[in-house]
Design a protein around this ligand. Structure first.
Ligand code: ADP
Ligand code: MG
Length: 290
């Protein structure tokens, strides 16, 4: 056996925080041939931080941060928290008429202007003037950053580049799944360039990017229609329908209640590597039963 298999066989088990909620999940887990991981909060720590700003000509760093933070104050998205943290100590104008644009960004009124912020797709849909920042946006996405584009009155004023560290066990999880004949996919609402950069770092086979929250379950269904038996690992409210649709749904223990309720297996240590332990445990258990 490989050292990894030995480690998994000895190190992980039912008493190690892998909670099977039903017996059929234990049996179904033996037959998975692809495991789909949500990106944010599952393969990454889910603690995004602002790492770089790009400014349009005539915009000061504080203006960009104040504008973005005034809108994000009303959002509960993890990216909003990162921006608010970076804008700490700056006086914010009161924004009004906040609306969330699901899976893309947010919009609000600020000092008589409309402020729109979010991904590049949202900027294109609203025909925002990119104000010379296209190349910077593409460069940052190519580096695996999630780029929050900030537009005021139809014109980009700057970019906020955000990074969310990959969990140290994410790449070893992919390696261990490959060694067991299981393919690995990443599912995310983030854009393709950012997702592919992170996927490459982790060794992911299939990248499902730009997926709107309501479309995550359909992506699982598509894989099943190709004859695959699909495991799904997630943490968010957005992931719940996909966890239900999957042959086996795994919830990150630190995730939302809805994800935990929708899953067949709960990974109490919030470690993606425990999916390998779960598969290993299920295979060992079934060998003993037969
Ligand atoms: P994820 O799969 O990363 O949880 P979401 O569906 O929550 O994806 O969001 C998809 C993308 O939409 C994000 O990567 C981001 O670019 C953009 N987005 C969504 N909400 C916000 C927000 N409040 N502020 C900035 N960007 C946002
Ligand atoms: Mg998530």
């Amino acid at each position: 056996a490989t050292p990894m298999a030995v480690m998994v066989g000895t190190g992980l088990g039912a008493m190690n925080g892998i909670l099977f909620k039903n017996a059929s999940a234990l049996e179904d887990a033996t037959r998975l041939n692809v495991v789909v991981f949500d990106k944010t909060g599952t393969l990454t720590l889910g603690q995004p931080e602002v790492v770089e700003l790009a400014l349009a000509a005539g915009t000061a760093e504080d203006d960009l941060l104040k504008t973005a933070a005034a809108v994000e104050k009303f959002s509960e998205h993890p990216l909003a928290l990162a921006i608010l943290k970076r804008a700490q100590g700056l006086a914010l104008e009161p924004a009004g008429a906040f609306t969330n644009v699901d899976g893309m960004g947010a919009r609000a009124e600020l000092g008589g202007d409309t402020v729109l912020l979010g991904n590049a797709k949202l900027m294109a849909l609203d025909t925002v003037d990119m104000n010379g920042l296209e190349a910077a946006s593409q460069r940052l996405q190519g580096q695996g950053r999630t780029v929050v584009h900030v537009a005021r009155a139809g014109r980009l004023i700057g970019l906020v580049a955000i990074a969310d560290a990959v969990r140290p066990t994410s790449a070893p999880t992919v390696t261990a799944l490959h060694a067991r004949g299981v393919q690995v996919a990443m599912l995310t609402g983030d854009n393709r360039a950012t997702a592919e950069r992170i996927a490459r770092e982790i060794g992911i086979d299939i990248v499902l990017a730009d997926v709107l929250p309501g479309d995550k379950a359909a992506k699982i269904k598509e894989l099943q229609a190709q004859g695959k038996r699909v495991g799904m690992v997630g943490d968010g409210i957005n992931d719940a329908p996909a966890l239900t649709q999957a042959d086996v749904g795994f919830a990150i223990g630190a995730g939302t209640d809805v994800a935990i309720e929708s899953a067949d297996v709960v990974l109490m240590k919030s470690d993606p590597f425990d999916v390998v332990g779960a598969i290993e445990l299920s295979r060992a258990t079934l060998r003993k039963m037969h």
